[in-house]
Design a protein around this ligand. Structure first.
Ligand SMILES: *Cc1c(COP(=O)(O)O)cnc(C)c1O
Length: 384
């Protein structure tokens, strides 16, 4: 079999749409153009039914109920709605939020806006294993803390955060708990009841669905979470996210969630096998390779590796047959260390020489062997 290059190994950035999801997307786009808000005829009813079926499927993936799902344009919008929407209602011009020091920009951005408006933030430091300690969350909570926001899985190093323990602490202290689960959804089991989650952000394009759609889970009882919307208009999505719904995107996102729920366990086993095969090959053939972040508490498909004595931009420049990413900030002439790796205490030199590899649903063992050979070859050449 001929390998097609470049081999896509960047599934934390985005995932290809699953052909089964694409088929539904096409069909809805073509056959069901009705506006779900058109309550007076069958075109509207059909569209509304598709949206409600999708809502059930999304809710099922995280053990929530359909009424607690608000469709958005993606996880960025869901994070903004969760953080700023909560701050407006519970913070009233101030308040305190506990977060981690490894959050995605989609959380860091709205929290910076919250701080500009007079809020205070405590970013809890992750340990060298890339995980925050639940005890540190407890210590960071203050009298006026309104919210804890800690991501479920880190987008560069794939590390998993102790959601259930943080959820329990938040319940005890009467603080809301938000998690950005864009990377974790469909990859690990998420359960808003078991994990004590009040708000949860999802992205369709990270789980083999189309881009431009996502959702925010908003708890409706114990406690009932109230949000102030970011936009105003036609009253869709319980007034929290007005605008005509992206029916094909939402239906496809729902199907992507259904498939993920069904296949998650087998897929994780397969990806973990491929990931371990890749790590064993690199670690066996090369000196000075380091795995960043915990080897156990991480997503099955994630590998984040640093190579002694090598700059990420030179590595990427020579690895054109692989679509991988560097967590370092690269320009053509200089590399700045990855903020995430620095946050977990990786030294400057190694933080400039990291490769993020994200394996996904359609990667094969042949592709992984090929990737290992290429990386080994390029690292040896650059060092030699
Ligand atoms: C990709 C990603 C986002 C942004 O999601 P979009 O749907 O592209 O807006 C937010 N948070 C994390 C952790 C992500 O990986």
């Amino acid at each position: 079999m001929v390998l097609r290059t470049p081999v896509y190994l960047d599934h934390h950035a985005t995932t290809p749409i699953d052909p089964r999801v694409l088929e539904l997307l096409h069909r809805v786009q073509k056959d069901h153009f009705g506006n779900p808000a058109s309550a007076g005829h069958s075109f509207g009813w059909a569209a509304a039914r598709l949206v409600e079926e999708a809502r059930e499927k999304v809710a099922h993936l995280i053990a929530g109920t359909a009424r607690e799902i608000i469709f958005t344009s993606g996880a960025t919008e869901a994070d903004n709605l969760a953080l700023l929407g909560v701050a407006e209602v519970y913070g009233t011009g101030g308040g305190h939020v506990v977060t981690s020091n490894m959050e995605h920009e989609a959380v860091r951005g709205p929290l910076a806006e919250f701080a500009r408006k007079g809020g205070r933030i405590t970013p809890v430091k992750a340990g060298p294993d890339g995980c925050v300690a639940a005890a540190d969350i407890t210590s960071a909570i203050q009298r006026d803390t309104i919210l804890v926001s800690v991501m479920a899985a880190q987008n560069e190093i794939g590390t998993l955060q102790p959601l259930a323990r943080i959820g329990r602490i938040c319940k005890e202290r009467g603080v809301l708990f938000h998690t950005d689960a864009a990377q974790a959804a469909g990859r690990i089991s998420l359960d808003v009841q078991r994990d004590g989650i009040d708000l949860l952000s999802l992205s369709s394009h990270k789980i083999y669905g189309p881009k431009g759609v996502g959702a925010l889970y908003v708890r409706r009882r114990d406690p009932r979470v109230t949000l102030k919307p970011l936009m105003f208009g036609g009253g869709q999505e319980r007034d929290l996210r007005p605008g005509t719904l992206n029916v094909p995107g939402i239906a496809a996102f729902g199907e992507a969630c259904r498939l993920a729920a069904e296949e998650m366990i087998d897929e994780a086993v397969r990806l973990r096998g491929l990931r371990d095969q890749l790590w064993a090959a690199l670690d066996g053939a090369l000196d000075g390779v380091y795995l960043n972040g915990s080897s156990e508490k991480r997503l099955a498909g994630n590998l984040n590796v640093s190579f002694d004595g090598i700059r990420a931009h030179r590595l990427l420049g020579a690895l054109t047959v692989l679509a991988v990413s560097s967590s370092s900030a690269c320009s053509s002439i200089e590399t700045r260390p990855s903020a995430i790796l620095e946050a977990i205490g990786v030294s400057g030199e190694l933080a400039m020489a990291s490769l993020r590899i994200g394996l996904g649903r359609f990667n094969t063992a042949e592709e992984v062997d090929f990737a290992a050979d290429k990386i080994i070859e390029v690292v040896r050449n650059l060092r030699g």
